[in-house]
Write a protein that binds this ligand. Structure first.
Ligand code: PRX
Length: 635
């Protein structure tokens, strides 16, 4: 079968296609229907089937390859010299740790359907916690460790977890980053209170346990050292997890995923896109707090019977060879990273990667942000393997566009993430009426219902928001909006041209400008604020803030300006986390708005990027633009 036939079958006959793909995973009880699309967009995959993500990722492999590596946890953060500290868990050992964690959760009152929030650094216990939830049918919600108290509090209030699993600290460039004080502050801010907090004590910083609420992971683990916790068989459409992601409003959306459809989609993509085989090693350099970490650090590789590397540390510490050292050492066959990381490495002397034997590596996959041609060509030249761009979203859970090298050796095209992956009926449509665009015509990337297995079921707790956000942008209610601009060339290759909404992408991290604005607004001397994403050579985009102070005295001297700018950055650091901190804060006395009061965000962005500000006939006061220009020119 070639790609065209493969893809055609997936969209023409989804029942048959996905019925065959479903054989890649273990079903405890068979499903009665592959797809129930009677209530679009709330489609159900593998209705009535019983399965379990943890079983497919762990137990299933214990018999055939119980002693082979499953989880390779590497940290270059915890040894003083920055050298890697490595621990390998075989499938059997992973199973034992997951059963312990599951027993611990049960001892703390967690039952099927309960939410468990995981706020963890990149340590093995984070994976144990996720898999333990999956094992007992609890719903995990992993929150990126780089997020701070307010971000965490919003998620606690939305997910209402019974339990939070966390640690004393993460670490960055060898310096501990305390988690516990942020977590305590988040719980104080949140209306919902978890019953318990389970804390891994890495002994990186001193930690105070709150009596009655906080429990030490190590101590409780000892009590459950021989625990056997049977798998809870779940219906395919039960909830596996919630993962919050940013959108147009200030309130993050809880992307909710199922069990069976997700397992099948991952197994299928591991075969056709990532081409991994049992016994090989997969290395995704993302973080478990993002969707790539869920799909391709934890679940995907393990479901495919591969070992997965979980890496805590920077790509350039102790030196820029560290990733390639791991590739050599663990004979990594497939690697997954983000363009920003490769741009960081490109600034380093190439000797660092050239000193390692990279002959095991067969392909490098890059996703999360646009892949520029220079970066792509450079790394392909250095590695001598195909570099495969893949485009997807937290919402879809696995690639929408890529090339299916497992099916056919389809050529890649520089600057393009490729062709639709199975089941994704991708269209480029007019932003206003949803009509299909012609070849090479810019429009919104949309996907026709039904979305394939593995995609989000709904927004957690808010079906209406799911429909209103994703399925109501065009008159055709069968069209899902990705909120990305794109074009398709005459050969069917797609090109992604940035977001249509207020989402920005900083170093592959998806952030909402509205969330940053809301945070900045909480500063007592901020009257108005606009945050825009501005093109950046290294990070793809950075956030830039324009602030109108209430008290104009803040604008008077260089010193008072600097102080105010630092304070604004400090607010974002404390509330959302350094990941969301604007790279620049400019003080102005006016923001460009339309006469009806709508902020001309695109005009601000254009000025920051040195482009023409576009049609400004509706602007209320042109002096506002002059101020933005002046502020940007000053740098
Ligand atoms: O704008 C697109 C961009 O990242 C967004 C999704 O981010 P997130 O939900 O964090 O999921 C990342 C999963 C890899 C998209 O809407 N994006 C993602 N991949 C690409 C991309 N933009 C261009 N090229 C890509 N390959």
């Amino acid at each position: 079968m070639n790609y065209q036939q493969f893809y055609k079958k997936s969209v023409d006959n989804p029942q048959e296609f996905w019925g065959e793909e479903a054989r890649r995973i273990h079903w405890h009880a068979p499903y009665t229907r592959v797809l129930d699309d009677s209530n679009t967009p709330f489609n159900k995959w593998f209705v009535g089937g019983q399965t379990n993500l943890c079983y497919n990722a762990v137990d299933r492999w214990v018999e055939s390859q119980g002693d082979s590596p499953a989880l390779i946890a590497v940290s270059t953060e915890t040894a003083a010299d920055g050298l890697p500290v490595e621990k390998i868990y075989s499938f059997r050992e992973l199973q034992a740790e997951v059963e312990r964690a599951a027993a611990m959760m049960q001892a703390l009152g967690v039952v099927r359907g309960d939410r468990v929030l995981v706020y963890m650094p990149m340590i093995a216990e984070a994976t144990f916690a996720m898999l333990a939830c999956a094992r007992i049918g609890a719903v995990h919600s992993v929150v990126f460790g780089g997020f701070a108290a307010n971000s965490l509090a919003t998620r606690i209030d939305d997910a209402k977890p019974k339990l939070i699993v966390s640690a004393d600290a993460g670490s960055r460039a060898g310096r501990p980053v305390p988690y516990k004080p942020l977590l305590d502050e988040a719980i104080r801010l949140a209306t919902h209170k978890p019953e318990h907090v389970l804390l891994v004590n890495r002994q990186l910083v001193p930690m105070q346990l709150t009596p009655g609420r906080d429990v030490d992971y190590g101590t409780l683990r000892e009590q459950h050292i021989n625990a056997r916790v049977p798998v809870t068989w779940l219906e395919s459409n039960d909830i596996s997890y919630i993962l919050y992601t940013s959108g147009t409003t200030g309130k993050p959306k809880g992307v909710q995923r199922d069990v069976g459809g997700y397992a099948v989609a991952l197994a299928s993509s591991m075969q056709h896109v990532y081409c991994g085989k049992p016994g090989e090693t997969f290395f995704a350099t993302s973080d478990i707090g993002w969707v790539v970490g869920h799909s391709y650090i934890v679940y995907g590789p393990l479901i495919a019977g591969m070992a997965t590397i979980m890496y805590e540390g920077l790509p350039i510490r102790p030196d820029a060879g560290i990733w390639w050292n791991l590739v050599e050492k663990y004979r990594v066959t497939r690697m997954f990273s983000a363009p920003t990381a490769i741009r960081v490495l490109r600034k380093q002397p190439p000797e660092f990667m050239r000193q390692y034997d990279l002959s095991s590596l067969q392909a490098l996959y890059l996703a999360g942000e646009p892949l520029d041609e220079t970066t792509s060509a450079w790394i392909a030249g250095e590695l001598g393997v195909p570099v495969i761009d893949n485009y997807w979203q937290t919402e879809t859970g696995w690639p929408i566009l890529s090339v299916a090298k497992g099916i056919e050796d389809t050529p890649t095209r520089l600057g393009s993430p490729g062709l639709p992956m199975p089941g994704f009926k991708v269209k480029i449509v007019n932003e206003l009426n949803g009509q299909a665009c012609g070849a090479n015509e810019k429009g919104v990337v949309a996907i026709e219902a039904p979305l394939p297995p593995g995609c989000m079921q709904t927004v957690f707790g808010d079906d209406k928001r799911f429909v209103d956000t994703y399925w109501s942008n065009f008159s055709n209610e069968q069209l899902y909006s990705t909120f990305d601009w794109g074009i398709r060339d005459s050969d069917g290759y797609y090109f992604i041209l940035g977001r249509t909404d207020d989402v920005i992408n900083v170093a592959g991290h998806r952030l909402g400008t509205r969330e940053i604005e809301e945070s900045i607004s909480s500063h007592p001397n901020v009257s108005e604020v606009a945050v825009v994403g501005v093109e950046d050579k290294l990070k793809g985009q950075v956030a830039v803030a324009f602030v109108i102070p209430k008290d104009a005295a803040a604008m008077e001297t260089t010193e008072s300006r600097r102080l105010m700018e630092m304070e604004v950055m400090g607010v974002v650091d404390r509330q959302l986390g350094a990941v969301a901190r604007p790279s620049r804060v400019h003080l102005v006395s006016l923001l460009p708005k339309t006469r009806s009061g709508k902020l001309l965000r695109r005009a601000v962005q254009a000025i920051c990027e040195g482009r023409d500000a576009g049609d400004l006939t509706t602007i209320e006061d042109p002096a506002s633009l002059a101020q933005i220009r002046e502020a940007v020119a000053k740098g």
